[in-house]
Design a protein around this ligand. Structure first.
Ligand code: SAM
Length: 577
């Protein structure tokens, strides 16, 4: 089916149109890489000839002497610059001599062309993945891509290690290759190189630093965490990048909550719990009054209820509250402490509740307090949290969320400001510049720390607005044992008939960039319920013409949207659809 003609203006450079022939995919890496690719094709033709000649001479399959390979190497680097405009690259690596050659070259640190070779392989993998994404349900392109991935990934893995052992100049190519891996969602290849026990610790660190630069600090740390228990090198590596010298590395958020007794956490004292429960009750009553309802019948959801300090207080006051929590230990604690209260096991990114559009029993009020949204430690997770709340909450429903008040306006440093700066400074000492997000590495005590992310007040409003909420009220309160912290409590309301296309384009763009969602490694093809289109769509369409969004939404429903493809050069992304 031919997709409908799409009138659009580009956000960034968009050279392709929906439905374009695969063969003519315009490819930003093509110019540079074709040169290398052609050189390599020519090269292994020569290599095959050499091998044949040698086999003839020896009467057997011979091995090319390294001196001959070296001279060939020099010829090829000269050749590669001469072959600028040559056309056509065959899939390399699918025949025996080619794979042998790759094997040999990717582990040879005297080979001049290692950078070109690695970048080329990364590029080819990216391209195969994009052709597959473009053709979505096409089995042939999927098979072709999987085969290609299987063949080249061990070589990429080995040559990433080789590149990381080279001096600084090798790192540019390393980064370029990682950018291609990250945008084709193939970070695992780099990860495998890092966790491989034969990779020297210094190389592991170089690879990790470069990966953090391309795919994000927290995403990288979290991909390493599952390996810390079995791999002491990785545990040490994580310590180094977190900047925690003496502390134990916690393998997951669960291990943190299992190691501490959260119900004894000092900041959550009785006074704070009482004040917060009153705040929730106040909003429930206001909502009930407005909708002519009995406050005790309003459906309330506690999101990330912990050990239930707030849910239990409200339950005892006769409110209809359900506690949603994913930590078994906490679920058990609540079930034992308040056996009559509804407690549900849930991950707030995939709530076990039908969408409000079809659910007459959907929550009318949700709250997520105790600085709990900070567990959404990347912009992508934060976005999914807000989208999920929007999906389950009934129209006109209310959400109450707190974050630390960073007080960025009056300049006086809050505890969290210091924490953010401390973590950012430590990363800067490793050469990694922090993303737009306000990442912290902290915990209830020095031994049980984990990565979280907070938001500036401006960013909070951005997320609320992007996912169909209006900010109704903001209230700043002091919290903590000596009131040394400040919380900003936000009351947000689900906008009925929210339409992403109604946000003026220039505002939308600055919101998207300000949110931190513009970052290599983000999955732009994930569906956003509040928008009815994939996450990348608003990035692709600068002019959010309602008609265009409508077309894409129809294609989404029909399962015929073309995927969003992303390229990255020096951290700058180009989106295509
Ligand atoms: C800081 S505690 C706060 C608990 C409670 N809201 C309070 O104020 O006491 C955060 C809680 O969120 C839970 N949590 C973290 N990520 C979650 C997720 N994706 N889905 C559900 N609960 C989650 C944790 O297990 C933990 O119990």
């Amino acid at each position: 089916m031919a997709p409908p003609p799409v009138e659009k203006k580009s956000l960034r450079k968009i050279e392709t149109t929906v439905g374009q022939n695969l063969e003519t995919l315009i490819d930003p890496y093509e110019h540079d890489k074709q040169r290398v690719g052609t050189a390599l094709v020519t090269w292994h033709q020569q290599y095959a000839e050499l091998k044949q000649a040698e086999a003839k001479q020896n009467g057997s399959e011979g091995i090319v002497q390294s001196a001959r390979l070296e001279s060939l190497d020099r010829e090829v680097s000269m050749m590669s610059s001469l072959l600028d405009d040559a056309l056509g690259i065959s899939i390399i690596g699918d025949t025996q001599p080619e794979t042998e050659l790759l094997q040999r070259l990717s582990t040879d640190d005297t080979f001049d062309g290692i950078g070109n070779l690695t970048a080329f392989l990364g590029y080819r993998l990216w391209r195969e993945k994009n052709i597959f994404l473009f053709a979505r349900n096409n089995k042939d392109s999927q098979d072709r891509y999987s085969t290609f991935r299987e063949i080249v990934s061990p070589f990429i893995q080995e040559s990433l290690v080789t590149l990381a052992t080279l001096p600084e100049e090798g790192h540019t190519t390393l980064r370029e290759t990682l950018e291609q891996l990250v945008t084709s969602q193939e970070k695992n290849i780099a990860l495998e190189a890092i966790i491989d026990e034969s990779t020297p610790p210094a190389v592991k660190l170089t690879l990790t630093v470069e990966l953090m630069k391309t795919s994000g600090v927290v995403t990288t740390i979290e991909s390493l965490l599952p390996h810390v228990e079995s791999n002491p090198d990785v545990a040490q590596l994580v310590k180094t990048i977190q900047g925690s010298t003496g502390n134990e590395v916690m393998a997951s958020l669960s291990s943190v909550y299992n190691a501490i007794e959260f119900q004894e956490y000092a900041v959550n004292n009785e006074d704070l719990t009482k004040r917060e429960a009153q705040l929730i009750a106040f909003h429930v009553e206001a909502y009930a009054k407005k909708h002519n309802r009995d406050p005790h019948e309003v459906r309330i959801a506690d999101i990330g209820a912990g050990t239930g300090r707030l849910a239990i207080a409200l339950h005892h006051d006769g409110f209809d509250v359900t506690a949603f929590e994913y930590e078994q230990k906490h679920i058990q604690y609540m079930s034992e402490t308040a056996p009559e209260m509804a407690v549900e096991e849930a991950d707030w990114h995939h709530m076990p509740i039908e969408s409000a559009t079809v659910n007459s029993q959907s929550p009318e009020i949700f709250y997520c307090l105790g600085r709990t949204i900070l567990h959404n430690n990347t912009p992508e997770k934060m976005a999914r949290f807000f989208d999920e709340m929007h999906r389950i909450l009934s129209d006109g429903g209310i959400g109450i969320i707190d974050i630390p008040n960073l007080r960025e306006d009056d300049g006086s440093p809050e505890q969290y400001d210091q924490n953010i700066t401390e973590f950012a400074n430590h990363l800067a000492s490793l050469g990694v510049r922090m993303e737009k997000s306000q990442n912290i590495f902290d915990g209830p005590d020095d031994d049980h720390r984990f990565n979280r992310m907070t938001l500036t007040n401006e960013q909070f409003k951005t997320y609320a607005r992007l996912f169909g909420f209006t900010v109704e009220q903001t209230q700043v309160e002091q919290v903590g044992e000596d009131s040394q912290f400040e919380n900003a409590y936000y009351t947000i309301k689900k906008q009925p008939n929210f339409e992403i296309a109604d946000i003026p384009t220039n505002e939308l763009l600055s919101m998207l960039y300000g949110s931190g969602l513009y970052h290599p490694g983000v999955d732009y093809n994930q569906h956003v319920d509040a928008w009815g289109v994939p996450l990348g769509t608003p990035f692709v369409y600068a002019q959010m013409l309602p008609g265009v969004i409508e077309d894409i939404r129809e294609q989404e429903i029909a399962g015929t949207t073309s995927a969003i493809r992303v390229e990255v050069h020096n951290g700058s992304l180009t989106f295509r659809m």
